[in-house]
Design a protein around this ligand. Structure first.
Ligand code: ACO
Length: 318
């Protein structure tokens, strides 16, 4: 784990702002989700713009230049274009012409999938130093007349630099210690976008059966985290920080309680970011690293669940 960075659009949209657009209230949104405000991308501000800014911030924090990177794995469900991938757009903007760049589509679990993928490629000797990015502009796929979904999401991006080590760190080596990825497409109608290039030739809008997603999210979280704890032979008490996907404060509180993770170890950003899908975990990591909570050597547990359903967890030594 060599560096972390993030990028947010400038425009802040509060719950009261949304209450002027749809029949909702600050009280309803805060009590059901914990969200108070979110950032929304400006006209002409794309996923690749946020991703590039987050990538540059992560490189700066690591003390590396784009020349040092030979892999970009970018998680997004809101790419700039159907193809080429947003990862190659970012690669080009950074002036990188070597190595590989590609997108990962696992919706809100995207960052956990991307971290695991980049770590595996590095471990196989296929890359030395990777940018792992989560970047989204969910505002572009929301139905702004559907109060049950449009109040939940926001835009943003975060990135980390992951690099090969010589393995000399032993138990205290920094980076990915254990991971677990899962998916089950039998749930695909519970959270999906009703459009796409092959079906409607439109982008479509996000549709969700909220209560069913909620119920699944908590059990899925516990399932993958317990798997990762068993693989790494660690307990909830040994974790320094829990950085879950930021969808809903109630899901996060309930998952942490069931896992036996103390509330003071939970990093929460959903109140000011909303649900930024694949960007939520690296945005939270960047915030907690910048304010000094997450420190070198800390044991940090990442976890997410999203459309598909997909879910997964990664344990890292910071
Ligand atoms: N403002 C005011 N009222 C609303 C709003 C709103 N924005 N949205 C829905 N309501 C109303 C409903 O119409 C319903 O009214 P009714 O009783 O008259 O029919 C009432 O509020 C209750 O609706 P529910 O859907 O039962 O509300 P619930 O308590 O389940 O909360 C929520 C909804 C917040 C979506 C919840 O189900 C949830 O958080 N689900 C998880 C979904 C999620 O986080 N998805 C993110 C993507 S997946 C991921 O990232 C993990």
């Amino acid at each position: 784990m060599a560096g972390v960075g993030s990028a947010l659009p400038e425009r802040v949209v509060t719950n009261d702002d949304l209450a002027r657009m749809v029949d909702t209230s600050d009280e309803w949104i805060v009590s059901r989700t914990g969200i108070k405000e979110r950032r929304l991308a400006a006209d002409g501000e794309y996923t690749s713009d946020l991703a590039e800014r987050a990538a540059r911030a992560a490189l700066a924090s690591a003390g590396y230049s784009p020349d040092d990177i030979d892999l970009i794995v970018l998680a997004t469900a809101t790419p700039d274009n159907t193809f080429p991938s947003t990862a190659v757009a970012v690669q080009h903007r950074l002036g990188i012409t070597r190595g590989a760049a590609f997108d990962v589509a696992a919706v809100c679990s995207g960052f956990v999938y991307a971290m695991t993928t980049a770590d595996a490629l590095i471990a196989q000797g296929l890359a030395k130093r990777a940018l792992v990015i989560g970047a989204e502009t969910f505002s572009r796929i929301l139905d702004w007349e559907d109060r049950t979904t449009c109040v939940l999401f926001g835009d943003g991006a975060g990135a980390v630099v992951l690099e090969a080590s010589d393995g000399s760190g032993g138990e205290n080596a920094r980076g990915v210690i254990a991971a677990c990825l899962r998916s089950d497409g039998s749930h695909k109608e519970k959270l999906f976008v009703d459009g796409g290039p092959s079906t409607t030739q439109t982008v479509g809008h996000l549709r969700m059966r909220g209560q069913e997603v909620f119920r699944f999210a908590v059990s899925a979280t516990v399932d993958v985290v317990e798997d990762v704890f068993a693989k790494a032979d660690v307990t909830a008490e040994e974790i320094d920080w829990f950085v879950p996907h930021q969808a809903n404060k109630r899901i996060i509180d309930s998952s942490a309680r069931k896992l036996g993770i103390a509330p003071e170890k939970v990093i929460l950003t959903v109140q000011h970011h909303g649900n930024t899908s694949a960007a939520s975990i690296p945005l939270a990591l960047a915030e907690a690293a910048a304010d000094g909570r997450i420190k070198r050597g800390d044991l940090v547990l990442l976890e997410a669940m999203g459309g598909g359903f997909t879910w997964g967890a990664v344990l890292v030594r910071w």
